[in-house]
Design a protein around this ligand. Structure first.
Ligand SMILES: CC(C)(COP(=O)(O)OP(=O)(O)OC[C@H]1O[C@@H](n2cnc3c(N)ncnc32)[C@H](O)[C@@H]1OP(=O)(O)O)[C@@H](O)C(=O)NCCC(=O)NCCS
Length: 200
């Protein structure tokens, strides 16, 4: 699956990162509050952030198991880069994927991350034909958990102190949604996506 970029939603544009995005990416990836519940970060320097887009240039299509789609999210109105979203192709045999999202706090609380994540689910189900998509978050990450619930994902698991991250034991929520549960978003194909599958 190779989207015909940019992917558009009502308020957003999703497209692959470019080297010119480094300052906007660094603006939020360097923040301790943004990295609080992530495995890595905050980014220690602009130099460290600048290596991300070049290291991940291939993350624009999903072909083989393990491939990842990593996209910058921009406001359609102004072109400002407000966050990034990820869709990982975790299993070809089982048609499984995983989504993730990180947004600049200056743009939190407007439903923008939900809108971008919904677009990724459309790609996963309508374009990629996946059967099930999961999302994982630290069990203390209420904003992330609420976002996945807004997407119609169900909390399937709550692991207790299953990981030791950044010097402390952390719990984990696993959310998931299957193609049958997906709420009809796919009836309108994502604008700008080539090779569309017939959506239900
Ligand atoms: C997780 C994260 C992306 C969520 O961001 P967010 O701004 O809360 O999410 P949304 O953009 O979907 O906004 C939803 C909020 O806006 C409100 N909202 C306002 N207008 C809205 C609209 N049109 N549609 C949906 N929600 C809207 C919702 O009520 C909701 O508020 P609530 O969380 O208090 O209930 C953000 O907290 C983040 O980047 N965190 C740091 C990185 C991180 O932890 N990522 C997750 C890793 S698992």
């Amino acid at each position: 699956m190779h989207p015909d970029y940019p992917v558009r939603t009502e308020r957003l544009i999703l497209r692959p990162f470019t080297p010119g995005d480094v300052d906007d990416l660094h603006a939020y990836r360097s923040r301790a509050d943004v990295a609080r519940y992530l495995y890595s970060g905050p980014s220690a320097s602009r130099q460290a952030t600048s290596e991300e887009p070049s290291r991940r240039t291939g993350e624009t299509r999903l072909v083989n198991e393990g491939d990842r789609l990593w996209l910058a999210v921009l406001l359609a109105e102004s072109g400002a880069l407000v966050g990034d979203v990820l869709l990982r192709y975790t299993s070809a045999v089982h048609r499984q994927g995983e989504i993730a999202f990180v947004f600049n706090p200056s743009c939190h609380g407007r439903g923008l991350a939900t809108e971008a994540a919904r677009a990724m689910l459309r790609l996963a189900f309508a374009e990629m034909g996946l059967h099930r998509v999961i999302g994982r978050c630290d069990a203390r990450n209420g904003a992330s958990a609420r976002l996945m619930e807004r997407l119609g994902m169900a909390r399937e698991a709550h692991f207790i102190e299953n990981e030791f991250v950044k010097g402390e034991w952390t719990g984990k929520f696993v959310y998931a949604i299957r193609e049958q549960q997906w709420s009809g978003e796919g009836r309108t194909p994502v604008a700008g996506v080539a090779g569309r599958r017939q959506a239900r």
